[in-house]
Design a protein around this ligand. Structure first.
Ligand code: WTA
Length: 657
């Protein structure tokens, strides 16, 4: 494990944690899922998952629950047919719940809100589906979505699903380059975007990035543009189409076609340990089963009375599974918020909770830590007594943040579910169940019913309680990724090579089992960082730095950061021709990374160095750089080709400081 020394330290502290929080009695008495589900699921996993698939409406029932004849290319519910968009909208309307609010949409400018019922959502999705078809999008074609958090983004995703065109949503904070490379990789022919969105009180443009991306790829035939901010946009009549012009006028009638359970639903790009992002492919039946079941089980969802809010962006997998597909398949009323937590003031989220009576709230530890820092006076101004369940996702939640979340936001009564999962897993895998589990601050606890996970050593042997190792999933599950888009070999190599002969999925996370066998996830064991809950690859940022003409070599590490969990720290060797790079070199390089990848990848710190620590085989020893970045004494340097390099780096930095 690359992280072992610092992880061990953290863990020693964590495992001293003795606080336990029993489920509230009324929640336990009425829980959607009870303790017996664990054993029942383990006894006959396919039967358990078939039962969960019954949550959905199928046009044709499946023949086989799990087809493992070509592992690790697993198939679920083969022979079954369904339409994901029908399951998320039409069936609620047909069941007489058309007037129920699906989305309380809250724009960033105060007062800019829209309540959208399931019937209205169905009409808009149908209109958009008709418009996409008219623009030449057919089943199987890929559509890129690059949008702010506005209702049209959700409508666009569901419209794609409705016509069987897999979407690839690219986070609006990503650069034109990142957008172009994703369009290229999955060969998207249409892009849906908007003129811009609101961000910290001001309109932020999006369309120019699409225009720029089009100069880097010639695959895009049409760009569908939602008018959100009204700002000026450049216009290409041959390509650009206003959403209002083609969607607004389209028919609200659209017959959803039933697609095969294994029909591709979407591709979501995520960082891997090499420079090129991986296109995680999810298909229809298994994914929707997983999203719907976990949303029901982990949040103890009562769709008739709950008001649910997940603060993720639809540009990430959390937005896919827990804003779009899970909650809408389950027919709940949810809040969707466009902006940042601090616009126009720092209490905005809590005001929204009070105003809409939010009962289930799902966010990330990085946000919780930033609120902790601001002090409880701000949330205390709002009445949040409606909250009954709190969720956390994206990175380990440190016990202090957990306690603060539970106490201040949850009124010391709402259980916190710390949910571990990944873009690849499609849905929550390891989490407490709020009506069953006595939660421990900092632990994701155990695999939920239906899922089998373990912590193993490098040979794949289950480690005893009280020890650490690698997190694996030991049985296939319905919402698992099916492959990497266009790269079956990399799929096998990345996830199945390590423990493939045992049939274990390798998650890339280190973890520990405590004395009770409960799981504590420690973080990535590969070259992937987790900054504010977002996955970034060290090599991707290194490639961006090296693409700058003044840079000869670069090494990037994730260093501990109080606010963002980890922060990007870069060590850069300049080219001789660049001299000392000039006084603005650090700013210049930070701006360069921002442009190449996006603001979230901007290094917190760039250190200009003369050498990088390398092994004899030329591999950069990031462990040592992390020691420097985290201001620790530098660890064992005996495997370095030149052991004086580290003192050279430290001396250089001390001089520079
Ligand atoms: C980390 C986000 C600890 C982990 C849904 C994983 C977590 C990566 C947790 C996936 C958690 C996510 N506790 N670590 N509750 N949730 N992670 O693909 O390292 O953006 O491998 O999916 O985030 O990030 P991704």
């Amino acid at each position: 494990m690359t992280d072992s020394s610092s992880s061990e330290e953290t863990l020693a502290n964590l495992l001293k944690e003795e606080r336990r929080f029993e489920p509230p009695a009324d929640l336990a008495a009425n829980a959607n899922v009870t303790a017996d589900a664990y054993a029942r699921a383990a006894q006959d996993r396919p039967a358990f998952w078939a039962e969960q698939a019954e949550r959905l409406t199928w046009a044709e029932r499946w023949d086989t629950v799990l087809d493992d004849s070509n592992a690790p290319f697993f198939k679920w519910f083969t022979g079954g047919k369904l339409n994901a968009s029908y399951n998320c909208v039409d069936r609620h309307v047909e069941a007489g719940r058309g007037d129920k609010v699906a989305i309380h949409w809250v724009g960033e400018p105060v007062g800019d809100t829209r309540d959208i019922t399931y019937a209205q959502l169905k009409d808009e999705v149908c209109q958009a589906a008709n418009a996409l078809t008219a623009l030449g999008v057919n089943a199987g074609d890929r559509v890129a979505i690059y949008m702010p958090m506005i209702p049209e983004a959700i409508v666009a995703m569901l419209a794609c699903a409705r016509i069987g065109a897999p979407h690839t949503v690219v986070f609006g904070g990503f650069s034109a380059d990142a957008l172009a490379s994703r369009i290229d990789d999955c060969q998207a022919k249409l892009v849906i975007t908007s003129d811009g969105g609101y961000r910290r009180g001001a309109p932020a443009a999006l369309k120019p990035a699409v225009d720029e991306a089009r100069t880097k790829t010639d695959l895009v035939e049409k760009v569908l543009v939602v008018r959100r901010t009204g700002q000026d946009v450049a216009w290409d009549d041959a390509v650009d189409v206003w959403w209002d012009d083609v969607v607004g006028g389209a028919s609200t009638e659209h017959a959803p076609e039933a697609f095969d359970a294994e029909h591709p639903l979407y591709v979501m790009y995520t960082s891997g340990s090499t420079g090129k992002p991986k296109g995680i492919l999810h298909t229809t039946g298994g994914y929707l089963t997983g999203a719907s079941y976990t949303h029901h089980a982990v949040f103890d969802l009562k769709p008739e009375t709950d008001v649910y809010w997940c603060t993720a962006d639809i540009g990430w997998v959390t937005g896919h599974s827990y804003i779009v597909y899970g909650p809408l398949a389950n027919g709940v009323t949810q809040v969707v918020y466009e902006g940042t937590p601090d616009a126009p003031e720092r209490g905005r989220w809590w005001q929204i909770i009070e105003q809409y009576g939010v009962t289930i709230f799902y966010t990330a530890p990085t946000a919780i830590r930033s609120f902790m820092k601001q002090g409880r006076e701000i949330p205390d101004r709002s009445d949040m007594s409606s909250i009954r369940i709190l969720g956390s996702v994206g990175e380990p939640i440190n016990p202090e943040a957990y306690i603060w979340y539970r106490t201040v936001i949850g009124g010391d009564r709402a259980p916190v579910v710390d949910t571990w999962w990944q873009t690849e897993t499609g849905a929550i895998m390891i989490s407490p169940l709020p009506g069953v589990t006595a939660g421990k601050p900092g632990s994701a606890m155990t695999a939920i019913p239906g899922i089998a996970a373990d912590v193993v050593d490098d040979k794949g042997r289950s480690v005893p309680n009280g020890s650490g190792g690698y997190l694996v999933v030991t049985e296939p599950w319905p919402s698992m990724l099916r492959t990497l888009w266009g790269d079956d070999d990399r799929y096998v190599e990345t996830y199945w090579k390590t423990y493939g002969d045992l049939g274990y999925y390798f998650a890339g996370d280190g973890a520990k089992k405590d004395i009770d066998g409960d799981i504590w996830v420690l973080g990535r064991v590969d070259d992937v960082m987790n900054v504010s809950g977002h996955r970034l690859s060290t090599t991707e940022i290194e490639s961006a730095l090296v693409s700058h003409p003044k840079v000869a070599e670069a090494a990037v590490v994730g260093a501990k950061d109080e606010d963002t969990g980890q922060a990007v720290c870069a060590f850069v060797i300049l080219r001789e021709s660049a001299g000392d790079g000039g006084s603005e070199i650090v700013q210049e390089l930070r701006a360069h990374v921002r442009k190449e990848i996006g603001p979230i990848a901007t290094p917190r710190q760039i250190m200009i160095v003369a050498e990088l620590p390398k092994t004899r085989s030329g591999k950069i020893m990031r462990r040592l750089l992390r020691d420097v970045a985290e201001h620790r004494e530098v660890g064992d340097v005996t495997t370095l080709a030149d052991s004086s390099v580290m003192s050279l780096i430290s001396d250089g930095l001390n001089k520079g400081a």
